[in-house]
Design a protein around this ligand. Structure first.
Ligand SMILES: Cc1cc2nc3c(=O)[nH]c(=O)nc-3n(C[C@H](O)[C@H](O)[C@H](O)COP(=O)(O)O)c2cc1C
Length: 250
């Protein structure tokens, strides 16, 4: 059967002229309302002073390499260098993403803290797979890690909770994170009530609905901007008991 008869748009899509055709690249979009200039070409200038991303300079394991890049991000005083976009998937398969702060990184993985009854907490209870992205635009770098998520025990979460300011500890109690609330006043009233419940110097216990998670990576990709879109992408992938590094096309 001649499929082009059943799909009159096909010829146009192939030639790029008929209905349903799309411009071949976002660079060619008209400069009307809603279009934005492409900026990744200029990212390469933000890598000035940084070594190139080549196989020979990589650490043997991705968490050591991540520690080096995090140190570079801190040294450059990037805004919120520890902020990472955390993507999770709900029990019924819906993807969602939000920013959280990385609070620790070690050979096992990336640790963050949150409310366990929040949307992300529910997603992670249903589906222990996640992805994090560190978008270090100002230095032309990005790190992406994918893997499984381990729930940190309450005992292992406690030291970080204790290190937080008293008001933040109360905030963890006050916020029924991700639930609809009637007003800002409702939240402030709850904080005031909690302050009466635990007046200083009373120790504020750690909520049992709050704690840490460790993303244990199966892949970690290091991306560094190059000129004219010829970026460098090197990805560690677990293999046997160690890691292999693969170069990915930009
Ligand atoms: C820079 C930044 C850092 C944040 N850090 C955290 C964090 O460490 N933990 C957290 O639970 N929410 C953090 N948030 C708030 C989350 O982005 C999000 O609004 C909240 O966790 C609820 O997400 P959810 O409804 O998808 O569960 C941060 C937001 C920003 C913008």
């Amino acid at each position: 059967m001649d499929t082009t008869q059943r799909d009159p748009g096909a010829a146009g899509r192939n030639s790029g002229t008929g209905p349903g055709s799309l411009p071949s690249s976002t660079d060619s979009l008209p400069s009307g309302t809603g279009s934005l200039p492409s900026s990744t070409d200029s990212l390469s200038s933000s890598t000035d002073g940084l070594p190139g991303l080549t196989e020979d300079v990589l650490a043997d394991d991705p968490m050591t390499q991540f520690a080096r890049w995090m140190a570079d991000a801190r040294a450059r005083s990037l805004p919120e260098p520890t902020a990472m976009v955390l993507a999770t998937v709900s029990g019924d398969g819906l993807p969602r993403a939000r920013t959280v702060l990385l609070k620790a990184h070690d050979p096992e993985g990336f640790t963050f803290y949150t409310n366990r009854t929040s949307r992300k907490g529910k997603d992670l209870a249903a589906n222990q797979r996640a992805c994090v992205v560190f978008p270090w635009f100002a230095m032309g770098r990005q790190v992406t890690a994918e893997g499984g998520v381990r729930i940190l025990s309450q005992a292992d979460s406690e030291p970080y909770y204790r290190s937080r300011p008293r008001q933040s500890q109360l905030g963890a109690w006050a916020s029924r994170q991700s639930q609809v609330i009637g007003s800002r006043a409702e939240l402030d009233d709850r904080v005031a009530e909690l302050e009466r419940r635990w007046p200083p110097p009373a120790v504020i216990p750690m909520p049992d609905f709050w704690g840490g998670y460790v993303l244990v990576p199966e892949t970690v990709e290091f991306w560094q901007a190059g000129t004219f879109r010829l970026h460098d992408r090197l990805r560690y992938r677990r293999h046997g008991g160690g890691w292999v590094v693969e170069r990915i096309s930009p």
